[in-house]
Design a protein around this ligand. Sequence first.
Ligand code: 6R9
Length: 571
Amino acid sequence: MDVKTLAARKGEHNMKDYKEAYEKFDWESVKSQFSWSETGKVNIAHEAIDRHADNPDKKDQVALIYSAPDREEKHTFEDLKFSSNKFANVLKKYDVKKGDRVFLFMPRSPEFYAAFFGILKVGAIAGPLFEAFMEQAVRDRLEDSEATMLITTPELLERVPLEQLPHLKQVVLVGDHDKTSDTFIDYHKEMDEASKDFDIEWVDLEDGMLLHYTSGSTGKPKGVYHVHNAMLQHYQTAKWVLDLQEDDVYWCTADPGWVTGTSYGIFAPWLNGITNVIRGGRFTPDDWYSTLSNHNVSVWYSAPTAFRKLMGAGAETAQKHDLSSVRHILSVGEPLNPEVISWGMKAFDLRIHDTWWMTETGGMMICNYPAMDMRPGSMGKPFPGIEAAIVDNDGNELPANQMGNLALKKGWPSMMRAVWNNPGKYESYFLGDWYVSGDSAYQDEDGYFWFQGRLDDVINTSGERVGPFEVESKLIEHEAVAEAGVIGKPDPERGEIIKAFITLRDGYEESDELLEEIRQFVKTGLSAHAAPREIEIKDSIPKTRSGKIMRRLLKSWELGLPTGDTSTLEE
Ligand code: 6R9
């Protein structure tokens, strides 16, 4: 279908009537879309790739349009089937088995996707890591997951402390290198030798496929564990919320190191057999607009932080590009500000549709559908088959317009099934039958949900979730820092920025150089997005009598708000 026809189709949607869908829908009905409902044999890689490659009408369709400043490639479903089969054979050769954790630490590239599906095809669990992570962040995740294999590039290998990772047996290197030891496997050499035929490992719907590490308010990042069954939700939300239709060209801007980049950057489009654009390289407004126009992107899923950056580049930048192919835009990750919605109306003549969900939910939960009346500022309504409510601290449902904890009735298909190696943490998410999100919200009389903020200390900076504990732990590793407390401080462009309060060790004096050195220490040790933009030196950090940092108090001081109950404050 050409661009004009696509644009003319604005207004024709997969879901006709939300109310009717909500009343009639149940998850069981989605199973019939997949052959495993008859054979009992399942693997999400088969459903996303091989199923289309084995269909004569679909095998030559472009599945992946890869676009980076120095590289443009198109791969059909058949190409992806063969490249992932080859990688699966490489894994088999090196004895990777069902349930093993295999991590990926590399930029988006066609090799990434071949490796990712190769991992799933042998029944192993994929652990994608954001390419900007530095040594500590990489080590914590590989250590906790006890990953036995890592796929990375020679450049990024420098941030992998191999000697501290006894479980990590092998490293696959994508790119030129001079490593000779048996630990290292050369990606291109092995792929050249591998067969393109592979007998996929059939698994159970409840078998694991993915580990995404994410931050809470205490402790190190947790490994959120997802299973093959999640495909039901990826598939159906893509139909009704992304509204993906046969000729669409879809672009999700998220990196697969974050859950949006896997659930909606990989599974949702390919389970539906849709052409998927992947853009590598750094962000510039011109590149992004060119990606939309050069590839005739029709459905676009991104985040407020990116929209704000495009907005900042001005209308002239947008006007240089033909954006008429775009028919549907969606957003996730942070509150969608009214200014961003008006910018979307001006630049695209489209209302940006907000969606709410989390790493732990695995898929969209509360959304704005093309088929419903939207209320600007609302996250929308629960997806059919999802029960959401606002609950108090004991799990009692609250009436309309009352603020509380946004909760979801457990049992949806893409729900996390465990926190890796941490059953206690997993249990702590639930109050009876409710999964409690940690976001505060209210629901209006008509069932729309309105986001209010986080109830815990988790920071959302440019749409990325950062746990204060991780940053505090890094800060106190610096020789000058005695204690540290970290908060999110509201910021018009980034949502929140990270602000650190520290006390200095004896013998250290405050200076701009020292503060910059400490900032760099976090940036190069942990990751750029976790580095505090502001650091303030204090005489002491407020703590409870049991020694917990009172971040709530730091935040109140910072914002000039009343400090509330301080009875647990240590002398
Ligand atoms: C998918 C993803 C989850 C947290 C979540 C909430 C915030 C996500 C939002 C939103 C306001 C939205 N969040 N969507 N806040 N409006 N539409 O982002 O997962 O990285 O785990 O973050 O992001 O606070 O609890 P994750």
